[in-house]
Design a protein around this ligand. Sequence first.
Ligand code: OGA
Ligand code: MN
Length: 285
Amino acid sequence: MSLTISPVMATFCARVSGVNINQPLDEATFTAIRAAFDEHQVLIFSDQAMTDEQQIAFSEWFGHLEGTRGVNPASGTPFARQSNLDIKSGDVIPADDRRMFYQKANMLWHADSTFKPTPSLCSILTARVVPPEGGATELASTRAAYASLSEKQKQEIEDLVIEHDFAHSRGVVGFTFTKEELAGMKPARHRLVRTNPANGLKSVMIGLHAKCVVGWPEDESRALLDDLLARATRPENSYRHEWQQDDVLIWDNQAAVHRATEFDAARHHRLMQRTTISSGIKSNL
Ligand code: OGA
Ligand code: MN
């Protein structure tokens, strides 16, 4: 069987089949996967039951992996976990546990790690335990958001710089950090407009962590960020993924936003395990 790329929507999301990404890949196969990623922003693979080692090995084709922050249920591993299961015991994490509250922000549109000085290229999310209902993930194209702007609007935003702040984004859902946690958390600044070096296509890096446009009054800043997000999440630019066990999704963190949706955490188990790949390009702003 040969590698096949089937677009889900005209310019957003594609299914990849005919490849086992748990086997050592060859250069040509990865080049085809990487080209599809640059073109479609989101790739969907099915039936890829992965071990942790296989997830790391596949992820490393894209670049260096990021570490995980302290409150994530997978803290201390190379993974981020969206889960109601304790990583050590496998038990359900109580609803009032800080780790569950921490994950609430995932239900708001965001891109991963935009608050870091070196933004992420992409995330790879593997479906380890899928609840029988609920828990879909929605994704939306910020490349389409950019494309929907007028030439004048594109010029107006071309040089804007955005401040991304993790304390701000967790604050939106009422999550608070200790003094020690806050000390290690400086906001990062990134250019709003991103250009994919492979094809020159532009997008905007936005989402929950994006706090403000540097140098703009707060209301104008918020209005612009909200408008860009509304453009990205129009139905024609977004996709809802209903997970099957062993699905793998890759999304571009500079050309797409995503969010988790509700599931009944008191009745069902859900374990999605993410690797986050660094872009390797530190912001100098
Ligand atoms: C993530 C994320 C969404 C989900 O892993 O970064 O936002 O549906 N996941 O679990
Ligand atoms: Mn995320």
